[in-house]
Design a protein around this ligand. Structure first.
Ligand code: GDP
Length: 324
């Protein structure tokens, strides 16, 4: 593969080249990894930045409906939109639910849109790395907005928030009075909570739920880097395309504020450091995954169980062996 040519085509916003490049970064083959690294290094010089928006929510809350409506609205404003998915369940089910072809049908037909389902990997770390590379490729291809979608299962939100400039949490109207079982950590990540399905019979419940979350958000620690009123909760109807213009207005207001307050650069810099540390961790873990390391681990593990070697001595022994 001619990497210089591929790089040029991506910079010219060629969507087929972009799709090929993402396939390349998803490959585990050593020669592909090398080519991918060369491509990413060359494209990093473009200096292009998209607005990266993370979006999380449990299945059925309306993520694909929202992305389709929201994406179409952005395209209507002349913006180019890429959609990437981090789907931790794809590893288990073998096929990505986020890769379902019937999702986002209108958006997928648009020339200004690019949709890529989650790579099927065996672990979240692998999916995270590929998604990070895909985000970088979309930025180089000049997309104005990159939406990174994930199913709300906890750990994948952390990955997505480390890839995003801001984070949206999509919720459904609650039936009862109590807040839904949203984990505090996920609430803390959200810049904007969107209570979807605020239409028809569900509208009163959506309005009530939104007020509950607005109250809960006020109790969370205020972030000094954000303007008054953030994080905030809004109601939307992805189905009826209601409230979407306001969501975009809030997103751009927050993004502008952060850009102005140098939080933006600092956030991206600390994300780069997070991924550097993560790469080191993954590489070290991979060294434990060799036949030699596994056999030695089993051997030392038995020695520890029988009390023949103290755990820390066994650990140092193993690590010394890895260094060779
Ligand atoms: P996802 O699993 O989070 O991607 O959810 P989907 O977008 O597939 O939506 C799940 C279901 O909720 C579908 O039947 C949608 O038609 C419905 N839905 C999505 N958004 C809305 C909305 O704004 N209002 C109503 N009433 N239903 C919605």
């Amino acid at each position: 593969m001619d990497i210089a040519e591929l790089s040029d085509s991506i910079l010219k916003a060629d969507r087929r080249a972009l799709a090929r490049a993402i396939t390349l970064v998803e490959s585990a083959r050593a020669d592909h990894r090398q080519q991918a690294d060369a491509l990413l290094s060359s494209l990093a010089r473009s200096g292009r930045q998209s607005l990266r928006i993370g979006l999380s929510g449990t299945p059925g809350v309306g993520k694909s409906t929202f992305i389709e409506s929201f994406g179409m609205m952005l395209i209507g404003q002349g913006l180019r939109v890429a959609v990437l998915a981090v789907d931790p369940s794809s590893a288990r089910s073998g096929g990505s639910i986020l890769g379902d072809k019937t999702r986002m049908e209108r958006l997928s037909r648009e020339r200004s849109a690019f949709i890529r389902p989650s790579p099927s990997q065996t672990h979240l770390g692998g999916v995270a790395r590929r998604t990070r590379d895909a985000v970088a490729l979309c930025e180089a291809a000049g997309f104005d907005v990159v939406l990174i979608e994930t199913v709300g299962v906890g750990q994948s939100e952390t990955v997505v928030s480390e890839l995003s400039d801001l984070f949206l949490l999509l919720l459904a109207p609650a039936g009862g009075d109590e807040l839904q079982g949203v984990k505090r950590g996920i609430m803390e990540m959200a810049d904007i909570i969107l209570v979807n399905k605020a239409d028809g019979d569900l509208k009163p419940a959506a309005t009530r739920t939104c007020a509950d979350y607005a109250g809960a958000l006020r109790l969370l620690r205020k972030r000094p880097q954000d303007p008054e009123g953030f994080p905030k909760a809004l109601t939307v109807s992805a189905l009826q395309e209601a409230g979407l213009v306001q969501v975009w207005a809030e997103i751009t207001a927050l993004a502008e504020w952060r850009r102005g307050s140098c939080h933006w650069e600092r956030n991206r810099a600390s994300q780069a450091q997070y991924w550097f540390a993560e790469e080191v961790r993954q590489a070290l873990l991979a060294r434990l995954d060799t036949p030699w390391a596994k056999a030695r681990m089993a051997e030392l593990s038995s020695a520890v169980a029988e009390g023949r070697v103290p755990p820390q001595v066994a650990a140092r022994d193993l690590l010394a062996g890895l260094g060779q």
